[in-house]
Design a protein around this ligand. Structure first.
Ligand code: FAD
Length: 388
């Protein structure tokens, strides 16, 4: 940890303490029940300044990217579902409004989202458009002519984190407006979830990321004023910029899941005895702990370095892809290997490594799958686009 600034680490300690007092003990039950009390937790998370933490103004804390990353590490040391809730609120919903919204949209939504008085979500993925969001079918049509005409939205968004408890959803949709290649332009819309025509169904059958609320959002003739469109986002660059922001939090966050698996395994191995000695004394157990520590150190250094680049304003999306791809995959392998140190106890909800391993399966897939990030890095290295 000496690679990080003392002030950043102190602020992470405050987060860790709060989570220890309010969530840590309950998280195994939330996971088993397939729920997370988002509304109850959001006030406390807002008071800590964790919602939209690295954004400036409008009630946001305006911290460095590294400080935000270290907070994500503490959140994900508890559970990837908890970090997902905060990432979606801050780095997707709030960031989209902060970066691409009008002054009115910022004034209306950011202070209450930062305080945890409102919950936000981000609707890009659809049933038939995941890795290839350009294939989305959700449409936004003007009802009438001129810039003041209402918009009418139709479509279905799938896999939307926080949606069933959200007050506002950022919806990405295709408009009639042609882009420079003559294709429909993708635009973003700020959609209050109580708008007539918006309905949300919760997805209940997840085996991974169970301590997270996920939903399907249906938009059926949803009429919005012209002012609901995010004025500064045009084309896929809009949602992709938001996703790169959220992926940065994942680069740090997953190191928390790995750290928690590691400390849990060390503690268990020190007290569990077989053959009349602690299992920590067996060389094969020590090899597992040593390998995990080596990998944990590597992903922590990756996060610290990307944090420095982000704070310097020089980070590129391909570097974020490299960090997301490497750190999630490595953290998942750490959690899986350490699960085995706990033997049979390791497959129960009493210990965290298996929960982290199962959660990280989702983290490997969302915000760009592992393969999609491999292709981004591959394109950066070779100059050849292998996506399509
Ligand atoms: P697909 O795109 O169908 O991919 C299936 C497989 O094919 C993957 O292995 C993929 O890597 C591979 N593949 C696809 N294209 C290529 C290619 N060109 N080359 C090689 N391999 C390829 N989305 C949101 O908009 N908002 C959210 O809040 C959100 N939260 C989520 C929460 C959860 C719990 C989950 C599971 C998903 C969430 N998502 C969200 C959606 C997530 O981002 C998508 O699931 C992800 O982008 C993958 O899309 P897909 O599931 O359609 O898989």
């Amino acid at each position: 940890d000496s690679v990080f600034d003392g002030e950043d680490l102190d602020s992470a300690k405050v987060v860790r303490q709060w989570l220890g007092e309010h969530v840590r003990e309950q998280i195994g039950s939330y996971f088993q029940e397939g729920t997370l009390p988002v509304r109850e937790l959001s006030k406390g998370l807002g008071d800590l300044g964790l919602l939209g933490m690295h954004l400036e103004g409008y009630g946001c804390a305006g911290t460095s990217a590294t400080m935000y990353g270290l907070a994500c590490r503490e959140l994900e040391a508890v559970d990837s579902g908890l970090r997902s809730m905060v990432s979606v609120q801050g780095s997707l919903a709030m960031f989209a409004i902060h970066r691409f919204g009008s002054e009115d949209q910022k004034q209306e939504w950011l202070p209450k989202l930062a305080a945890g008085d409102a919950i936000g979500c981000f609707g890009l993925t659809e049933h038939d458009a995941g890795s290839d969001p350009a294939g989305m079918r959700t449409k936004a049509k003007r009802d009438g002519s001129g810039d003041d005409a209402d918009w009418v939205l139709d479509g279905v968004k799938m896999w939307i984190t926080n949606a069933p408890v959200s007050d506002v959803v950022i919806v990405w949709a295709k408009t009639d407006e042609p882009d420079k290649n003559g294709n429909p332009t993708i635009r973003g819309f700020v959609v209050p979830t109580d708008t007539p025509g918006v309905s949300v169904a919760e997805i209940h059958d997840k085996i991974s990321l169970r301590a997270s609320i996920t939903g399907e959002v249906t938009l059926d003739g949803v009429r919005l004023p012209a002012s609901a469109m995010l004025p500064e986002a045009r084309g896929l660059r809009g949602p992709l910029t938001c996703l790169s922001e959220a992926r940065f939090g994942i680069v740090f966050g997953v190191t928390g899941a790995a750290r928690d698996a590691l400390t849990t395994a060390i503690d268990y191995a020190g007290t569990r005895e077989q053959f009349n000695r602690p299992i920590a004394g067996f060389q094969l157990t020590q090899a597992k702990l040593a390998n995990a520590t080596s990998q944990y150190s590597a992903i922590t250094l990756m996060a610290a370095h990307l944090g420095k680049l982000k704070d310097a304003g020089t980070i590129t999306p391909d570097q974020v892809s490299l960090g997301k791809m490497t750190n999630v995959d490595t953290a998942m392998n750490i959690a899986r290997d350490l699960r085995a140190v706990l033997g049979g106890a390791g497959i129960t909800a009493d210990y965290s490594p298996i929960r982290h391993a199962v959660n990280l399966e989702t983290v490997l897939t969302y915000e760009g799958t592992h393969e999609v990030h491999q292709l981004s890095v591959g394109r950066a290295l070779t100059g050849i686009n292998a996506f399509a």
